[in-house]
Design a protein around this ligand. Structure first.
Ligand code: SF4
Ligand code: SF4
Length: 342
């Protein structure tokens, strides 16, 4: 896949990109990261590990250079993270001197401010009214568990804070033992709202905001992790369905029960540590067509597996699908190389 093709023939470039499993993985991850910002650290890690596994394998087999690009991307991410962390530490030190906590409310100008914090069940948004250097209004605008926020310890803390008119830690922290994470998110949201009313309050650089927002996000909550697990299952089903459309003949491999009936019928049974033909079926499902081709030499084409498999899978069937896929890939590569020379 050459980048010049993007300009010459964008449609075929995009089609080629969609046909590449690594690209599809990145697209799924971008969708998940957009839906759940608090899962970005986890998703960045998953993408890097998955691409490393895929591309190290490609490097060993075909000498593909993708792994170098990945190593360069990891290096850039590490550099970016170092620069962003340095900026965060520097700004946090400056912020200590202008904190809106306690007496710091005297620095906050009159007005209504909104702020965000990360609670146990996701982001919390609050609206804070300040008049004559006192907090006179505090409203929770958004939280997944809004009902419990309004009914429990957090409501106690809200009343306490309005009585004091300033941001201070709870007088009796033990009262909040069951809601520590939500309380921490709530307090962070109030602090971030109040800080907007302080003139010249130190801000993180645009780079560190963009970098940390893109790659790190916030710590994933339990709701985020559960939602990600559901999304992952949906992507997996979609990916297998798409794979069977992009590579004709591989569809049935998705339905394999791992019952090993075919292994019992096959005269080969096992070669190079792979059970025949069940292992070939599983490799096809994973899209490792090159490996299926390598192992195909052991199949004697007797057809016993096809007669026994409850869903009609067979060694020859997946081998033929893998050959078709590999030949297509090789033809496209040759064509690209020829175009590159011309
Ligand atoms: S066709 Fe190949 S995979 Fe199937 S039983 Fe015969 S040797 Fe085994
Ligand atoms: S017999 Fe069919 S379903 Fe059972 S393991 Fe073999 S390929 Fe899969």
């Amino acid at each position: 896949m050459t980048w010049s093709k993007l300009l010459d023939d964008p449609l075929s470039f995009l089609w080629k990109a969609v046909n590449t499993r690594g690209v599809r993985l990145v697209i799924y991850t971008l969708v998940a990261a957009a839906l759940f910002p608090s899962s970005r650290t986890l998703l960045t890690f998953v993408v890097i590990v998955s691409l490393a596994v895929l591309w190290v394998r490609d490097y060993r087999r075909t000498g593909s250079r993708n792994i170098y690009y990945l190593a360069a991307a990891i290096g850039l991410i590490a550099l970016g993270y170092g620069a962003a962390r340095w900026d965060v530490v520097r700004v946090n030190e400056l912020r200590l001197a202008q904190s809106p906590w306690g007496e710091g409310i005297n620095r906050v100008e009159d007005g209504t401010y909104t702020g965000w914090g990360e609670g146990f069940r996701g982001p919390i948004e609050v609206k804070v009214d300040v008049q004559n250097h006192r907090i006179v209004g505090l409203q929770t605008m958004e939280y997944t568990d809004l009902i419990s926020v309004q009914d429990n310890e957090i409501e106690k803390f809200r009343r306490e804070l309005l009585e004091k008119g300033r941001l201070e830690m709870p007088a009796e922290p033990d009262l909040y033992r069951g809601a520590r994470l939500t309380l921490a998110g709530y307090i962070n949201a109030i602090e971030s709202a109040l800080s907007k009313g302080i003139p010249g309050y130190p801000q993180y650089s645009l780079f560190s905001q963009a970098f940390l927002g893109t790659f790190i996000g916030q710590a994933p909550s339990r709701v985020t992790l559960n939602s990600l697990a559901i999304l992952f299952a949906a992507f997996l089903v979609f990916e297998y369905a798409l794979q069977s459309m992009l590579t004709p003949g591989t569809g049935r491999s998705i339905n394999c029960y791992n019952c090993a009936t075919c292994v019992g019928a096959c005269p080969v049974k096992e070669a190079e540590g792979v059970q025949f033909p069940m292992g070939l079926v599983l490799l096809t499902r994973l899209g490792d067509y090159e490996r299926v081709m390598e192992l195909s030499k052991y199949c004697v084409g007797c057809g016993r597996c096809a007669a026994k498999c409850p869903i009609g899978n067979s060694g020859p069937l997946v081998i033929s699908a893998a050959f078709t896929a590999c030949l297509r890939e090789r033809r496209e590569k040759e064509l690209e190389e020829r175009e590159g020379v011309a």
